[in-house]
Each structure stands twice: as C-alpha cells, then as structure tokens.
Design a protein around this ligand. Structure first.
Ligand code: 6GU
Length: 264
C-alpha cells in the first residue's frame, strides 16, 4: 500500500518514521510520501489560504493549490506489487477495490472513523490524504474529485475539534497500517482486541506480579481451566462494554450471544 499525505506541516508527520509503522515502510508492505502543500503554490508568499466567501471567522484553504497537488498525486501509478498479491484484500476478504486511489480528507465534519472503515481502507493500494488547517479546505475540492469518479472519504476521528487534519491523519494511518499483513508482530492481537468481530470492548488484562499493592486479578485466571478463563473474560468484556459503551451493546447481533451472555 502507498499513502501520500499533503500538509503545510510535513514535520508533523515525522512520527510515522517511528515504531511499527516506520518498520513497515522500510522494506515492508507500506510506502509513505509526505508532501508540503506549498510546493504547489506559485506566488512569492506561497499562499495556501484566503478569507471565506460570504464572510465569517478564519481562513479557508484555496482550491486551486489543492487541485494542483491532488491532480498530481491521484494520477501517480500505484506501487508495483508482487503477482501473488494481485486482487486479494489486505485481510483475506473479498477482492480489493484495485489500484484506484482513495482521497481521504480528515475533517471534524466527516463520517466518524470506525474499525470497519479502517479494515476497508486496509484493502486499498493507494490512499491520498489531504490535511487541512484553519477553517478547512474549500468544499469544491471534495466535490470536484467525487464528480470525477474518485472515491472521496471525509473522515472525523471523533466528536471534538483539532486545529488541523495532521493529528487525525496520523490516527487514521496507524489504524489502517497495523492491519496490513506483516505489520503487527502477532496477528492474533488484531483478532481479540476491542472493536474486533465480537463488538465488545476488550476484557481487562494483567501480568506478574500476581499480587500488586493489594490488588489481584480474578483467581479463575490462575486456574489453568481454559473454558473457565474464556467465560470469565467474556463476562468481563460484556460488563465493561455495558458500563462504558451502552451504545455498542444495543448494536450487538443477538445471534452472537449465548445463554451465559444473557445471564451476565
Ligand atoms: Cl479529522 N480534523 C479536525 N480538525 N478536527 C477533528 C477531526 C479531524 N476529527 C475530530 N476532530
């Protein structure tokens, strides 16, 4: 997968060089390009914003500058990939959407990012992310590319406001990149975790020492009885989800619950 990020703060994206994501980009399944939007300006002041048409607070990012940047990046050929990967989804699901790039615009007025969206994006070959600052990017940019057949996704990372799309882009990239084959050390971590297939939050976890500051995990965890441990963890996941995220409980598929779940 290739991800191109356009921003007026390229240094903000340096965090991508670290840790698992950084390793995935050095000889791994991920290629990342960070681009300074001002590269596509032509005036002496390298202007990327202007006042809002119709008035109001703040500044709006100019569509002409974004248009030149995105024309170039959206038309770049997707990265070459080995034959055996052709048209297999990143997570072994259905066929991927092929090499057509997806334009992602992080914005607090977008659709809220979910694990399902991250899973879908992880099957794509090329993501182009447009990070806006100020009051956002002129709305015609999203409209233009969508009308030209580009898949455009305006994504929010939650119901709060950030100063720009960069921090959100980091979040989206991490959520997607860790799903690519070979990025996580242990693929099971993807299966069991919160917001996975169960629809529940993850159960609480513990490690040594068994007793710490007078606190001990449920003794069932020391029983060696794997059936009992599985039941305890499922009960804990249900209790935690009911307390912290009742909205997730109401969205559970009734067919995924057993009789012990209902008692919990
Ligand atoms: Cl994607 N951008 C900004 N500026 N603020 C946000 C956001 C995105 N998601 C939540 N808040």
């Amino acid at each position: 997968m290739r991800i191109d990020v356009v921003t007026i703060f390229p240094d903000y994206l340096r965090a991508l060089e670290l840790s698992l994501i950084g390793r995935a980009t050095t000889g791994g399944p991920l290629e990342i390009g960070i681009h300074d939007l001002r590269k596509w300006t032509h005036d002496r002041h390298r202007t990327v914003d202007d006042t809002p048409i119709g008035g109001g607070a703040g500044m709006v990012m100019k569509p002409d500058v974004w248009g030149e940047a995105l024309d170039e990046l959206l038309s770049a050929p997707p990265p070459a990939r080995p034959d055996h990967e052709a048209d297999q989804g990143g997570q072994g699901g259905g066929p991927s959407q092929g090499g057509a790039p997806v334009l992602i615009i992080p914005t607090p007025s977008g659709e809220v990012l979910t694990q399902r969206i991250a899973e879908d994006l992880a099957t794509r070959e090329h993501l182009v992310m447009a990070c806006g600052r100020y009051e956002g990017i002129d709305a015609r940019v999203a409209e233009h590319y969508a009308s030209r057949g580009v898949e455009v996704r305006e994504l929010s990372i939650g119901d709060y406001v950030l100063n720009g799309g960069e921090a959100a882009a980091l979040v989206i990239i991490e959520a997607v990149a860790r799903l690519l084959p070979g990025v996580l050390g242990n693929p099971d971590s993807v299966v069991e975790e919160s917001h996975g297939a169960s629809g529940l939050l993850e159960y609480p976890v513990h490690t040594r020492p068994v007793s710490w500051r007078g606190l001990e995990p449920d003794p069932a965890l020391l029983s060696g009885d794997h059936g009992r441990i599985r039941r305890l963890r499922r009960d804990q996941a249900i209790a935690r989800t009911a307390q912290r995220r009742p909205d997730l409980i109401s969205r559970l598929d009734p067919a995924s619950l057993d009789s012990a779940d209902r008692a919990a």
